[in-house]
Design a binder for this molecule. Structure first.
Ligand code: GLA
Length: 741
């Protein structure tokens, strides 16, 4: 990895074994984007990479310089208002009302490692040798606004982390109304755009379309990154597939309003923008103040979509997630939500916990309903002290009993919310987000606390820290169950109201930071009605997230498959729940529910007492299995093999780092009779290694399994005999591979 600088040409080449990223100061002194892709050679002069053409009906910024029309030049951080008519990376309003900016090259510096982004989640290094950072400073001489563009290249993987920082070194108040984390101009538009969209209980389905002239975008204006669209998308060459071909992934390390956009102009060049959604954003920069954007991470691969995912998995698992639990096998938990909802008492909880302990579960999680007057969705949020009617021994008493059983204890919170029917709201009705004089909308009968205000965050922190210090709590599920409406903060003056959404998220990050640093060994799991805020921002604080409220095994195939494009297996909360399933009323076999949930953090969300003896024995076996294999599953290399979006069969696998072990998950949605032969081509094995597949008589070499494939046809394909299983709907199998010797 290196950043080479040609001072004569003002060119910067960031490269490692896999990629090159080249930028150069243009003759107009703007910063040009020359190349991002597979590593290319080091050279004196790259200026030929920038095609400059005199286009009819264009305007140019340099007198007699017809080729210098900014709309036709690939730039690093283009602005609107001069000769570039595309969507801008930044928009700044000066005190006289002008919206024109002109950022020209001023300076640069190079740092070993990667600086932190104060108050914001970001990828990091543990050692300065892991990455290098280039900071290019641009300046608008008229108003003294400085723009620092940050580029970090990592030693391994094709990723570049980018962000921008604005510093008002002038003498007048400025307003930033657009401040993207990333702008990337690509020389063509020969791409498929893949976004990850959905809704509550069906999050992150990949949606593919051809990139076309005009603007395509996804985003969120809900205050949370949302179930609807994830802050991640991919541009892949139309010929690329899972295992070969070029793709670039774009990921925003942020949990609030975002915009992810690609604009293709009429000359088929593409401008990608990613950052805080400019709608409703207006950040006042008084002289001397600065604004740091969130970080965006881009990753290039020529190894197809699986290659891209492996890049993100490695980086996000090792250098975005942090802390005690980052590299640790995740505890197998049981959560009482679907078992009891709000209706429980201590005896019932202990009963569920006792049976779970007998089956081998390691962590009991008490979900919603333990605090205040929380017996329905209509009351109690904000009152973070125990409901003595339900739990007379308090949280500390209950936690102690669970600990004495030999299990850890975890607790649910929804820190950002309040019900009108709560002591907190009665004491501080002015602490919610609401616009003066207007009706306030509800979501799940609750209101949003104004986390942009420090006193609000401080108060919630005190309440949570008290419980976490008094009781033996090893895990926190941090939920967030509604989006923001009527956004306005009583803590901000009129000319700073456009800061409220972002300051809200900064408040969330601040509370996360305080709690995770005060309780470093507590495992945090993020949640937002399932996967409504499943994003890299929260992965920085909470190394796992509740992937979806949908616990049905068949639905989870799609949700976990879609989620895996960006997020590692160790980040996906996945539980076995009851059958028929509470979201769909579908009956699925117990083994399939486990076979899907294994590919995540694994746990149960039901009352095991209600299972038959035989099922309880099966659960014990599942837990034994997961304990034996979770290191491989959660921290191995993951490959998607067959997509549940494309057919009746889905499969995926994990391979150990030394390639001596692998586990394949194979799932068939509907059974069929007299079915065709099926094989699944495996990936990531060592071609010359001989593997034994548990339960099969013969051994196979890696090259055979990767090229001919693993035979998955079964007796339902035509040879059922009375003593052979013929499968069923929603069936699944795991194949365990071990290197012989
Ligand atoms: C949300 C979560 C669920 C559960 C409930 C409790 O919907 O996603 O897992 O915690 O809240 O109210």
């Amino acid at each position: 990895m290196n950043i080479s600088v040609n001072n004569k040409k003002n060119t910067f080449h960031l490269y490692n074994d896999e990629i090159s990223y080249i930028i150069s100061v243009l003759p107009t002194r703007h910063l040009g984007q020359l190349y991002y892709g597979r590593r290319i050679r080091e050279r004196e002069d790259y200026s030929w990479l920038l095609e400059l053409r005199d286009r009819p009906m264009s305007s140019w910024t340099v007198k007699e310089g017809q080729k210098y029309s900014l709309e036709h030049i690939r730039q690093e951080y283009g602005v609107f208002g001069s000769t570039d008519y595309r969507s801008p990376a930044a928009e700044v309003v000066s005190s006289n009302g002008s919206r024109i900016s002109d950022f020209c090259f001023a300076d640069y510096r190079i740092l070993a490692g990667k600086p932190e982004l104060p108050g914001l989640p970001a990828t990091y290094t543990e050692d300065d040798s892991e990455a290098m950072t280039l900071i290019v400073t641009l300046r608008d001489d008229l108003n003294g606004l400085e723009l620092e563009l940050y580029y970090t290249i990592f030693d391994q993987c094709g990723a570049i982390a980018r962000s921008a920082r604005f510093v008002n070194n002038g003498t007048e108040d400025l307003h930033l109304t657009t401040a993207m984390s990333l702008s990337l101009d690509l020389p063509d538009s020969d791409y498929d755009w893949i976004q990850f969209s959905g809704a509550w209980a069906r999050e992150r389905y990949p949606k593919v379309r051809r990139l076309e002239q005009g603007i395509q975008s996804v985003g969120s204006m809900r205050g949370n990154s949302s179930h609807n669209h994830n802050p991640f998308f991919i541009l892949k060459r139309p010929t690329a597939d899972e295992f070969q071909g070029e793709a670039i992934g774009f990921s925003l390390v942020y949990s609030g309003n975002f915009l992810a956009q690609a604009e293709v102009d009429t000359y088929d060049t593409t401008r990608v923008l990613m950052g805080i959604h400019p709608s409703c954003f207006d950040w006042k920069l008084a002289p001397g103040e600065s604004f740091q954007t969130p970080e965006a991470v881009i990753s290039y691969t020529d190894q197809g979509l699986n290659g891209l995912s492996r890049n993100f998995h490695r980086l996000y698992q090792k250098r975005l997630a942090r802390g005690y639990w980052r590299d640790r096998e995740r505890p197998i938990l049981i959560n009482n939500w679907e078992a009891t909802y709000f209706d429980f008492n201590e005896e019932e909880i202990l009963n569920i916990a006792q049976k779970a302990k007998e089956c081998g579960v390691e962590l009991f999680v008490l979900d919603d309903g333990w605090f205040g007057a929380r017996n329905t969705e209509r009351a109690g949020l904000g009152d973070w002290y125990v409901n003595q009617d339900k739990l007379p021994a308090g949280i500390s008493g209950l936690a102690e009993k669970i600990e004495n059983m030999g299990m850890k204890f975890g607790l649910w919170f929804e820190p950002e919310m309040v019900n009108e029917d709560s002591d907190l709201f009665r004491a501080h009705p002015d602490w919610i987000i609401r616009t003066p004089g207007r009706e306030t909308s509800y979501g799940r009968h609750q209101l949003v606390l104004d986390f942009s205000r420090k006193e609000v965050v401080d108060h919630i922190y005190e309440m949570m820290a008290k419980i976490l210090s008094e009781a033996k709590i090893s895990y926190v599920k941090w939920d967030m169950n509604r989006s923001i409406t009527e956004c306005f903060s009583a803590g901000l003056p009129a000319d700073r109201q456009g800061e409220a959404y972002h300051r809200y998220i900064l408040g969330v990050y601040d509370l996360y930071e305080r709690l995770t640093s005060q309780f470093p060994e507590v495992l945090f799991e993020s949640c937002a009605s399932g996967g409504g805020r499943f994003d890299p921002g929260l992965l920085y604080y909470a190394p796992q997230g509740w992937t979806s409220d949908d616990t049905d095994a068949v639905e989870r195939l799609k949700i976990q498959y879609g989620t895996s494009y960006c997020y590692p297996i160790s980040s996906m909360g996945s539980h076995v729940s009851v059958s028929p399933n509470h979201q769909l009323n579908r009956n699925t076999p117990l083994h399939t529910r486990a076979n899907v949930a294994y590919f995540g953090t694994f746990g149960y969300e039901l009352d095991l007492n209600k299972l038959t003896d035989e099922e309880q024995e099966a659960v014990k076996e599942q837990i034994r299995f997961m304990k034996e294999h979770r290191r491989l599953i959660q921290f191995g290399t993951f490959y998607r093999l067959q997509s549940p979006f494309e057919g009746n069969i889905a499969s995926w696998m994990v391979v150990s780092e030394d390639k001596k072990e692998a586990i394949v998950g194979w799932y068939r949605v509907l059974n069929g009779v007299n079915m065709p032969y099926t094989r699944t081509k495996l990936m990531g094995l060592s071609p010359d290694t001989e593997y034994r597949v548990e339960g099969m008589d013969t051994t196979h070499f890696g090259d055979e399994l990767m090229n001919y494939g693993l035979i998955t046809s079964d007796h339902a394909s035509g040879s059922a005999s009375p003593d052979e299983e013929i499968g069923q709907d929603f069936d699944s199998r795991l194949y365990l591979l071990k290197a012989v010797n």
